[in-house]
Design a binder for this molecule. Sequence first.
Ligand SMILES: CC(C)(COP(=O)(O)OP(=O)(O)OC[C@H]1O[C@@H](n2cnc3c(N)ncnc32)[C@H](O)[C@@H]1OP(=O)(O)O)[C@@H](O)C(=O)NCCC(=O)NCCS
Length: 220
Amino acid sequence: MKKEKLIIIGASGHAKVIIDIVEKQDKYELLGLIESNPNLEKKVLGYGILGDESILSESIYNDVYLFIAIGDNWIRHLVKDKISTLNPFIKFATLIHPSAQIAKGVKIGDGVCIMAGAIVNSDSSIENFTIINTKASMDHDGYLGAFASLAPNATTGGNVSIGNFTSVGISATIKHGVQIGAHGVIGGGALVLKNFEDNQVIYGVPATAIRSRIMGEKYL
Ligand SMILES: CC(C)(COP(=O)(O)OP(=O)(O)OC[C@H]1O[C@@H](n2cnc3c(N)ncnc32)[C@H](O)[C@@H]1OP(=O)(O)O)[C@@H](O)C(=O)NCCC(=O)NCCS
C-alpha cells in the first residue's frame, strides 16, 4: 500500500515520541522535521530538519500531511493558525500508537496524538489537536476539547468534560461526571472531585482552585 507523506513540526522530546508512533503505526512516510530555528546538520532519531515553517507555503507540500509535535496547548494552536495561513491546503494527520485502546463509538478529530498504552473508552469525543499522552485514560462518554491535553497517566472517570486548551497534569485523576472549563491547568497528582470554571490553576488532593491564569500563560 502506498504511504502518505508526513512532516513533523517541532524537534523536541515530544517530537521523538511522535516519531516512534509514526514508525510503529507504519501508515506514513516521514520526510523529516520542521523547526523555527533550523539546524540543517541536526538529526532527530535519524530524521533530518527540512527548514523552518515558511517552506510549507510551497505548493509541493499541498499533498503532504503535517503533525504539530508541540506539547504546549496554546503554542500548538498559534503554530496551527500560522501554518493554515501559509498553506490552506495542508492536511493534519492523527497519530495513534498501536498499543492504545480505542473503544467503540469514539470520535477523534484531526491533528490528535494518542500515545502508547493510552485508553479512550466508549462514545468519547476527542477534538482536534489534542494530546492523549502515554498511559493516560479517558473513560466512557468523555469529552476532550480542542487543543486540550492529558499528560502521562492522567485518568478521567466516565462522562468527564475537559474544555478547550486545558492541560490535565501528570497522574491527575478526575472523578466521573466532573466538568472542567477551558484554558485550565490541572497540576500533576491532583484528585479532582468537583467542577471548575475556565482559566483556573487547580491542584492538590482533593484539588482546589489555586489561582486564575490568563489565556496562553506558560505552564510547562
Ligand atoms: C500546577 C503547576 C502548573 C504549577 O503551578 P504554579 O502555581 O505555577 O506552582 P509553582 O510551581 O509556583 O509552585 C507553588 C507551590 O505549589 C506547589 N505545587 C505546584 N504544583 C503542585 C501540584 N501539582 N500539587 C501539589 N502542589 C503543587 C509547589 O510545591 C509550591 O509549593 P511551595 O510554595 O510550598 O514551595 C505544576 O506544578 C504542575 O503540576 N504541572 C504539571 C506538569 C505536567 O503534568 N507535566 C507533564 C507534561 S507531559
